[in-house]
Design a protein. Structure first.
Length: 481
């Protein structure tokens, strides 16, 4: 039997705030274990949580970017479920009244058409700590630095029909969050985590199948492999006449297979109830508009504008706008040099090549102003492309501008006719046989003669002048032979 894949996503994004969700402890990755803790995030008796306003504003930003309704009244609830790394014994989350509802994000489907992936909700919750098992005998260690850090959970409708749609959705979502400075999107550090809810059904069936939730997904690659594995596993079960159980499964990166963790809980198993220590959260229109006015340009809008203003291709725009900081670097360079295409070539070719070996665009040693100066020298014919790249390499470790480096290194295009003609005469004298071949009709020999002359001048001769003078000089020999 042929089956259709159906996927809904739950995505947890850790918010980029200075402090945690309900206390003043630092929200920072990489510190010593349990350094960023206090009585509130450690769940001491008698303490009260205080909501971090910055969290609310970042959630509003994300909701607006994803076309959600920002609900004027939302409520925090206690999710009573045993977390060994959340010392209160419950998680503070939102259940019946989330801060954002509805919304959508468009992806490209199998037919290369835009398709809306509907969102069910976005809500606020706190993260748990981190258990460490490796290298520890007879027990585990726990780091509570992450306990109480702010999360937003994005829940989609089961609208995905392929792993490609899931990949596109996750890629766009991370890009949007980075542009808005909502989440750094670093899956390796756990600040962006996804849990696909996977089911299958016979082709053209209107009914949804039994879903399986997949945990421990820490990369887009793992999400793709996990969904593909589950599709094959569930198809095999149904084809053998067995039934699929609703359950939570983990993902084993080493074996590239899922494994049973537990049977799936329903909402009532968590025993949600309103948190008595936190009043309802009220968000009025004025607050929403205030946040809207501070929102950064979204990736899709930036791409459309850059394509239009600088007249570069969609493919170039995709590369340039993949990261907000790179797009801003490009814009500054293109405006300064006045040539959007050449700026794109240098940023995509040379700048990104260097960045791949390490470093960030924000600390790149060549500023947009200095790079634009180099681009102008090449565009004006004062430097060849190869010379320009020599200057570029020097600029990586020097604070001097391109023109200073060009002069100090004796680079630059030679346009002086006397110097070029002297070299041409030397080549004609050294290669008389090739000159005769050209004069007898073998036009391709001209490229060889020009190449020899350029080599003698170490590539510094103006190619246009060189071509013209070489042809003129050899033509003068035609009547003498």
């Amino acid at each position: 039997m042929e089956f259709e894949l159906v996927v809904g996503m739950e995505i947890h994004a850790q918010l980029r705030t200075k402090t945690k969700l309900f206390c003043g402890c630092l929200n920072r990755f990489g510190d010593a274990p349990n350094a960023n803790t206090c009585e509130v995030c450690l769940g001491h008796p008698g303490v009260l949580p205080v909501l971090n306003t910055a969290v609310v504003e970042k959630i509003i930003k994300a909701g607006l970017a994803l076309n959600c309704s920002i609900d004027p009244l939302s409520q925090f609830a206690r999710k009573n479920y045993f977390y060994p790394d959340l010392p209160k014994g419950y998680q503070i989350s939102q259940f019946e009244l989330p801060i954002c509802s509805g919304g959508f994000l468009e992806v490209t489907d199998a037919d290369k058409k835009l398709k809306k992936i509907r969102l069910r909700r976005i809500h606020i919750e706190e993260d748990a700590g981190k258990l460490m098992h490796e290298g520890i005998k007879d027990g585990s260690l726990v780091d509570f630095n992450r306990a109480g850090t702010p999360l937003m959970e994005i829940v989609t409708e089961p609208d995905f029909r392929s792993v490609e749609e899931v990949y596109d959705f996750l890629t766009q979502l991370r890009q949007i969050f980075r542009y808005l400075d909502v989440c750094d999107g670093n899956m390796e550090e756990g600040s962006l985590r996804c849990e696909p809810n996977i089911s299958i059904r016979p082709k053209n069936s209107p009914e949804l199948g039994v879903k399986v939730e997949l945990k421990n997904i820490n990369s887009f690659k793992a999400a793709r492999k996990g969904i593909e594995f589950e599709f094959a596993r569930q198809s095999k079960i149904l084809n053998e006449g067995e039934k699929i159980s609703q359950e939570t499964r983990g993902w084993d990166e080493n074996k590239n297979e899922s494994f049973l963790m537990r049977t799936k809980e329903e909402a009532h198993d968590y025993r949600y109830f309103p948190d008595p220590d936190l009043p309802p959260l009220r968000v009025d229109d004025e607050w929403i508009e205030k946040v809207r006015r501070t929102m950064e340009e979204l990736p899709r809008n930036k791409k459309e504008r850059i394509c239009r203003e600088f007249k570069i291709s969609d493919n170039d725009c995709d590369v340039i706008c993949s990261e907000k900081a790179v797009a801003e670097f490009y814009e500054q360079t293109a405006k300064a040099c006045g040539d959007g295409k050449q700026a794109a070539n240098w940023v995509m070719g040379d700048v990104l090549r260097v960045l791949k070996t390490g470093g960030a665009i924000n600390t790149f040693p060549i500023t947009p102003s200095r790079l634009s100066g180099l681009i102008k020298l090449v565009a004006d014919g004062k430097l060849s492309s190869s010379m320009g790249r020599q200057v570029f390499e020097t600029m990586l470790t020097s604070s001097e501008d391109a023109s200073t480096i060009m002069l100090s290194r004796g680079l630059g295009i030679v346009s002086d006719s006397t110097a070029i003609m002297k070299t041409i005469d030397e080549v004609i004298s050294e290669f008389p046989e090739q000159v005769q071949q050209f004069l007898s009709g073998k036009d391709k020999i001209m490229a060889f003669l020009i190449g020899q002359a350029m080599r003698k001048m170490k590539g510094k001769a103006d190619p246009t002048v060189m071509n013209r003078l070489m042809k003129e000089r050899i033509e003068t020999l035609r009547g003498k032979t």
